[in-house]
Design a protein around this ligand. Structure first.
Ligand SMILES: Cc1cc2nc3c(=O)[nH]c(=O)nc-3n(C[C@H](O)[C@H](O)[C@H](O)COP(=O)(O)O)c2cc1C
Length: 499
């Protein structure tokens, strides 16, 4: 810690202390000139008195604090008068508290002052946890906010069984002239280590002054090690958040560039299976770029794909959807408004993708203006549309991966009114949602129905909504965030009669 002492003797020693907390200090032999008769020093053994002697300077009034090591958080059970006058706190104000309040500039402050070296504080914590001596110096504050350097020694006192029962703290406070307003604390160790090394170089033995190096970042989180920050924080963020947190500072930016962190972020966002499948693309792009392109869709562009086979006979008003990397197409309107009932698949994973008609055991009645949605990756569900006999509200399901694919009708009690040009989607992989469309009479609909196909006896249920979107046909329904449905576009005022 680069602090400027009024007492500037033993400069070299101090300079070395800037770099580490545990320093061996040599002082004159102990001489008990403490005016406080109730000093607890008598409570402790001779070995401790000798150890204290190493720390005392008879010329400097020494403040003493005793904390109970048997109670949680080391509450103070004793302070001597020197402590009271040096810190401005009366004994009755501090008894029962942990001594860390000296690291807060204001008695009501919630956090230690940013100039209090966290490395030193964690070293104190370590020594207390391990029941060993601590010696070092750190910035403390008087009750009135005046900064002072505290050359602190903590010594554990053991009982006969070796259990630490008390901690004796000895403080030597010296005034310090640091500009608390203009200095901000360094906070992450990597940067500060370099900077404190530079600071040592700027130490002037003549003036005894340590030039304080300014670090710009003030943020508690930056005190964490790279490893903790990357593994425990950054890797849990979403790709989008990782991208934006990189603008906080150079160090975080550097950490977010780590391919391992980026891969973990992608894995958390998309799951292992997806990231596994994308792995081969990262050789060229890297995980960061890949995540960006997938999140922002910035690289998306239409590419003409030449495929083999054909959907014959040609048609319009069919319905198609993706089942994984397969594109499935069902029905449509052939020549002379002929409703079609055939199923085609285009496997985009194939080396040479081509349209193939699926040979099904039985097919739903031919139709157009219906919807086709995918369930759980390989199941297709057809709903409604316009058939030979008029509008439909039936449901058929097909397992594309079955040995002998068969369209099976699902009877869900109380189906929605028959319709065409409606829209549908599936939520949670298994619930079919149908909305809007057009009735036989050409009336546009604004209702939303749900059919849970995981139920033994699926039953249609109308989803009540507090705000109903305008009636429409030819719109789209998409699912995002697991159960949220986005309705987009369509035709709101139909002049066309359907059916
Ligand atoms: C007996 C005793 C005396 C202490 N004296 C001081 C002190 O004068 N100044 C200070 O900043 N910390 C002092 N400490 C350290 C703090 O109380 C605390 O242990 C340290 O801040 C690390 O813990 P923390 O990270 O939970 O705050 C003392 C601790 C003990 C046990």
């Amino acid at each position: 810690m680069g602090l400027q002492h009024k007492d500037d003797s033993d400069d070299d020693l101090r300079r070395s202390k800037k770099q580490k907390c545990n320093i061996d200090m040599e002082y004159d032999d102990y001489s008990d000139d403490d005016d406080d008769e109730s000093s607890p020093v008598g409570m402790v053994n001779d070995g401790f008195l000798m150890r204290l002697g190493e720390f005392f300077n008879p010329m400097i009034p020494t403040s003493i604090v005793v904390s109970d090591a048997m109670e949680p958080d080391f509450p103070i059970i004793y302070v001597n008068k020197v402590f009271e006058s040096a810190t401005g706190y009366r004994a009755d104000e501090v008894l029962g508290r942990n001594c860390r309040f000296l690291q807060y500039r204001d008695p009501r402050a919630q956090r230690r002052h940013p100039l209090v070296d966290p490395v030193c504080v964690s070293e104190i914590r370590r020594c207390l946890n391990e029941g060993i001596d601590f010696q070092g110096e750190l910035l403390n504050f008087r009750k009135d906010g005046t900064p002072m350097v505290n050359r602190l020694r903590l010594a554990p006192i053991h009982d006969d069984d070796g259990v630490v029962t008390l901690i004796i703290g000895i403080q030597v406070f010296t005034e310090t002239k640091i500009d608390l307003n203009s200095v901000s604390y360094p906070v992450f160790k990597e940067t500060c280590k370099n900077q404190s090394e530079q600071a040592v170089g700027k130490y002037s033995p003549n003036s005894g002054q340590m030039k304080y190096i300014e670090c710009q970042e003030i943020c508690g989180i930056l005190q964490l090690s790279d490893e903790v920050m990357a593994q425990n924080i950054l890797s849990r963020l979403t790709p989008r958040d990782v991208a934006s947190i990189g603008s906080v500072c150079r160090r975080i930016r550097q950490l977010t560039k780590n391919e391992h962190v980026r891969k973990m972020v992608c894995q958390n966002a998309w799951g292992r299976e997806v990231t596994g499948a994308l792995e081969h693309m990262t050789n060229k792009l890297g995980w960061g770029r890949l995540a960006r392109e997938l999140t922002t869709l910035e690289a998306v562009c239409w590419k003409k794909l030449r495929v083999g086979g054909a959907v014959e006979p040609s048609r319009c008003n069919f319905s198609a959807c993706a089942a994984g990397n397969r594109l499935v197409l069902f029905g449509g309107e052939g020549v002379n408004m002929q409703p079609m009932d055939d199923t085609f698949v285009l496997n985009l994973d194939a080396v040479k993708p081509e349209w193939r008609q699926v040979s099904v055991k039985s097919a739903p009645p031919g139709r157009w203006g219906h919807t086709l949605s995918c369930l759980n990756g390989s199941w297709l569900v057809v709903f409604g549309g316009c058939g030979k006999q008029g509008l439909l509200n039936d449901v058929f399901v097909l397992d594309l991966d079955a040995k002998q694919p068969t369209w099976i009708e699902v009877f869900g009690g109380g189906p929605p009114p028959p319709r065409s040009w409606h829209s549908s989607c599936t939520i949670e992989g298994s619930k079919l949602v149908v909305s809007g469309g057009c009735t036989d009479a050409g009336v546009l609909l604004n209702d939303t129905f749900l059919l849970d196909l995981t139920m033994e006896k699926p039953t249609w249920r109308e989803i009540p909504t507090s705000r109903v979107p305008p009636s429409r046909l030819g719109h789209s329904l998409s699912v995002y965030g697991r159960t949220k449905i986005l309705m987009y576009g369509g035709l709101a005022n139909s002049v066309v009669t359907c059916g």
